[in-house]
Design a protein around this ligand. Structure first.
Ligand code: ADP
Ligand code: MG
Length: 698
């Protein structure tokens, strides 16, 4: 497939098969993904359908024809192509020379039937596609050109027809080159993963293709080599350049227990790694797959362009017919048909999007489709989660304050044991402190975690709750939080207010229905965040709002510091509702979260951006855009890339529209002769390529 129209043809041929439910055809990766009923559809049927549409499914490498034959075929094709090119160039030279009056009637010495045969032969590969399409009752871009060639031959202008055919073939190459260029951004990415691994076996180390490596195996990586799998370091120390995944080339250290990722580079040292994931299951493999499939999530402008390009050919046919009826000039008709023949409309959007998605992936910004680039370019509301998003998400406990009559050790021991099975960063902070102080944990029974609230568990027969104010108040047999009739622990609550005013998060602990004390957690802001937020505002995001499950005062502190608005004490489902509110007010909402507990809100937003995606399946799956490295500077960058992409697309479309309009008008009026029209026809593709390749370098 070398032009976006092709994907449509292949897709319609495949979806016409009985038993095929859904088809996605990808131009950039030259793949098709089918959802089908295996009882009705077989691989040979799929091959046949694709072949009937004029394309082919390459044999899997192992079953390919013997390489010599294949080589011979490509070689003879190349020779033929080259011959045609040289012959065409000479002819062009002669014809142009005659046209300009430099040569005298040289072509007149060639009999017209010989010329006609030569034209038909040279254009054969194109004509055959046109005939195939006609049999399927569709017209393709080349159909018009073929009609143009036939019109020229009919009036005996075989030299004109020859030049048109020459440029038709040149145009094909340009188009092939153009889409190949765009495709390369994706292919280059895939080439970053090594294809072999040094496998540790009983007979020693052997070099094995990656397809033979299985989870549980042990592989060895030497200095300067790329890690072939996702896995865990068994032994060795190394510094690793993770740029292939995170876009960040600042090396990180790895030692026993560290997680390492496929396609990253061991700079110094060597490692023995236990394999967890191989090939498509690795984080890198998932990134590649998503980038390849980014085309499927089409931007609205692309739909528009596609719809237009399906109208385009009929419109041009009508103009050609009118030209014929009004001006009775077959050469003008030829010129109209020839100049209008270009895939540029179909190419204008996907090329720009492929270029941007590919370039972004290289810098650690995984964009799952044109749709999200478009939404991002138009976004006006940015909602951000707090823990793990604005903050580093690695809180530590900075204070323990037991209720009157209890001691710190006991409070910490109970809290850490209740938090034993929670994956929340706050739980980890509590456990870490308990470990540091050497308290012995109790194995909890009946553990329950309530997202956005806290945890409860039974410890040595006692109910222990750890969580926020709202949560803990439910656990208390009699309210000890300062309501009427109860003497609150005044010293404790005075301290709570102080801590909250300094932006600390308070974890309340209750034991057997009694308030047992609090732990205060401190989580540092991401250092690059304030500047990145400023820049985001400058890029025209009108509203930035902090959404957090944390308490009012803690949130207020942070929001004031950053000069943004906030809403506190939110449950995960309330975050979704807020996203929906903004959306129904016509706003385009970007939501940034750390992926795991924010997944539903991320999915609801027009663009959900997940932090910390490297290695986290949920973040990669749930979000529309994933930041492979936790760096806020990628947010304004994503906004900028999105806007630049949309601008490039608009310029591409406008350029193509104006070019074709002017070209067709001049041709219809007889000002643009067919030969010039043929030469002009491949220019829009080059223009689009040139304009879009700005995106590759961003
Ligand atoms: P955020 O919206 O800031 O990412 P969450 O929704 O994860 O925060 O949690 C909201 C609040 O619920 C936390 O600030 C904390 O007070 C409480 N909480 C949630 N999970 C736990 C837990 N495992 N232990 C203690 N408190 C928790
Ligand atoms: Mg969070």
């Amino acid at each position: 497939m070398d032009c976006a129209d092709c994907t449509r043809h292949v897709a319609s041929a495949l979806s016409a098969l009985p038993g095929v439910h859904k088809v996605d055809v990808f131009l950039a990766s030259e793949k098709a993904i089918l959802e089908l009923d295996p009882e009705h559809v077989t691989l040979p049927m799929i091959r046949q359908a694709v072949a009937a549409a004029g394309y082919s499914v390459p044999e899997p490498a192992s079953q390919a024809k013997d390489p010599l034959t294949a080589q011979a075929v490509t070689f003879s094709r190349k020779v033929l192509g080259l011959f045609g090119l040289v012959f065409g160039a000479v002819l062009l030279f002669v014809v142009l020379g005659e046209w300009l009056g430099v040569f005298k009637k040289m072509t007149a010495y060639i009999p017209w039937h010989l010329g006609t045969v030569a034209v038909l032969l040279a254009g054969f590969p194109v004509f055959i596609n046109v005939v195939r399409a006609a049999l399927r009752r569709t017209i393709i871009a080349h159909t018009l050109m073929t009609l143009g060639v036939l019109a020229a031959l009919a009036v005996g202008e075989w030299t004109t027809a020859a030049v048109v055919v020459f440029f038709m073939r040149v145009g094909d190459y340009v188009e092939k080159f153009t889409s190949e260029r765009a495709r390369r951004a994706v292919k280059n990415l895939a080439a970053l993963a090594p294809q072999t691994a040094r496998l540790e076996t009983e007979e020693g180390e052997i070099e094995a293709p990656i397809s033979q490596v299985k989870p549980g195996d042990t592989v060895v990586i030497r200095p300067g080599e790329k890690i072939p799998v996702d896995g865990e370091v068994l032994s060795g120390l190394a510094t690793i350049d993770q740029a292939a995944i995170t876009g960040e080339s600042m090396p990180v250290d790895a030692g026993p227990g560290s997680r390492v990722f496929a396609a990253t580079l061991v700079r110094l040292g060597s490692l023995r790694v236990r394999v967890n994931h191989v090939g498509e299951d690795t984080t890198f493999g998932k990134v590649i797959r998503l980038v390849e499939q980014a085309e499927a999530r089409r931007a609205e402008v692309q739909r528009l362009a596609d719809r237009f390009s399906s109208w385009y050919l009929p419109i041009v046919s009508v103009i050609a017919l009118l030209t014929f009826l009004l001006r009775r000039d077959p050469l003008a008709v030829t010129a109209v048909l020839v100049v209008a023949c270009s895939c540029s409309f179909a190419l204008a959007t996907p090329i720009a999007i492929m270029a941007s998605v590919g370039a972004s992936a290289r810098r650690g910004l995984l964009i799952k489709g044109g749709k999200y680039l478009e939404a991002l370019a138009r976004a006006d509301v940015l909602l951000v989660d707090k823990t793990g998003t604005l903050t580093l998400g690695k809180p530590h406990i900075c204070e323990i304050f037991p209720a009157a009559g209890l001691d710190e050790e006991y409070l910490l021991r109970m809290a850490a044991s209740a938090e034993r099975y929670s994956e929340h960063p706050l739980a980890e902070a509590v456990r870490k402190l308990a470990e540091k102080r050497g308290t012995s944990p109790i194995t909890p029974q009946d553990f329950t975690a309530l997202p956005g609230l806290g945890v409860k568990a039974r410890l040595e027969g006692k109910e222990v709750w750890v969580g926020n104010y709202q949560f803990i108040s439910e656990s208390l047999r009699v309210s000890q939080l300062g309501s009427a009739g109860n003497e609150p622990d005044t010293a404790l609550f005075a301290r709570v207010r102080e801590l909250e005013a300094h932006g600390k998060t308070i974890l309340y602990v209750s034991i057997a229905g009694q308030l047992a004390g609090i732990l205060a957690a401190e989580d540092a802001l991401r250092p690059e965040m304030p500047l990145a937020l400023e820049e985001t505002k400058r890029l025209g995001i009108e509203k930035i709002e902090l959404l957090t499950g944390d308490e009012e005062r803690t949130a207020a502190e942070l929001a004031n510091l950053l000069n943004i608005s906030y809403r506190a004490s939110l449950l995960p489902e309330e975050k979704i509702a807020i996203v929906q509110q903004y959306q129904s007010a016509g706003r385009i909402v970007v939501m940034i979260g750390d992926g795991v507990n924010d997944a539903p809100a991320l999915a609801q937003a027009d663009v959900g951006i997940a932090m910390g995606a490297a290695g986290s399946d949920i973040a990669i799956e749930a979000a529309h855009i994933a930041l492979m490295r936790d760096d806020w500077r990628l947010i304004p960058e994503a906004l900028r890339i999105a806007r630049r992409t949309m601008n490039v697309i608009k310029v591409n479309l406008a350029f193509t529209a104006v070019y074709n309009l002017v070209g067709v008008s001049l041709a219809a009026l007889g000002i643009l002769p067919p030969i010039a029209a043929a030469a002009a026809q491949s220019l829009p593709d080059l223009g689009i390529l040139g304009n879009s390749s700005r995106l590759l370098k961003q």
